[in-house]
Design a protein around this ligand. Sequence first.
Ligand code: BGC
Length: 291
Amino acid sequence: MTDAAPKDPSAPAAPDARRLPHPASYPMLAGQPALVTGANSGIGKAVALGLARAGADVIINYVTDPQAAEEVAHEIERLGRRAIALQADVSKEDQVQAMFARAIEHFGTLHIVVSNAGLQRDAPFDKMTLDQWNTVIGVNLTGQFLCTREAVREFKRRGVDDAVSVAAGKILCMSSVHQEIPWAGHANYAASKGGVMLLMKSLAQEVAPYRIRVNSIAPGAIRTPINTQAWSTPEAYADLMTLVPYKRIGEPDDIAQAAVWLASDAADYVTGATLFVDGGMTLYPGFATGG
Ligand code: BGC
């Protein structure tokens, strides 16, 4: 016998008493080398590990902190896959081209490219410097152009290899809920993600006949270094939860599992789509009680 009151089946689930989903563990991406930009931390690191768990060999791109990138590579090797860490600033054409050349030389080809690297340089609009604007657009939008262009070149060159996938290649663009949700104080970031949305869709339309699939993942609030201030104190976390109907912060693995599925042949008929992985952040949470 226990004193606990009977559980009210209609009550919302307790946010911190939930089990998180387990990642799929069969090798659906075996034989498909993947390049992930910004893979030495946060979402990129989780995606790199998730793809490796699903069977892929992985190129870990980073721009700073080579040691963190090497650690991700070692973790992937411990999973029984191959991995190399390659440095490149995704906003620089020559560096991106050199990275893809080395990656293709090393693994023979690429089947999956996750254009993930991104950053924020927040400021009130009238205080935003051109440098803050250009840095964010350079990495988050131009970086995605440069990386997806190299991916398309390689996928078109090789075509479909039926032994590993029914598609010639898969591109995942890391977008954000802020491709839809306006964000005061972050105009550069929101503009970059709005740009990613139509870059992704236009590219998806253009390369679909080559059996190249292009999709985006739009994460909501995920527990990573980019937004520490939004979750690292109880007050900030409570505040954040007013924006998340599902009442928990996202974990990097939530994104990794979406990436594995989108990159796999299980999602073969999906192209030009944005998969929101946001606990309902884009559902206008204010209207749950208002309106
Ligand atoms: C941003 C985070 C933010 C989240 C939800 C992401 O794209 O990088 O800083 O917490 O969107 O607003």
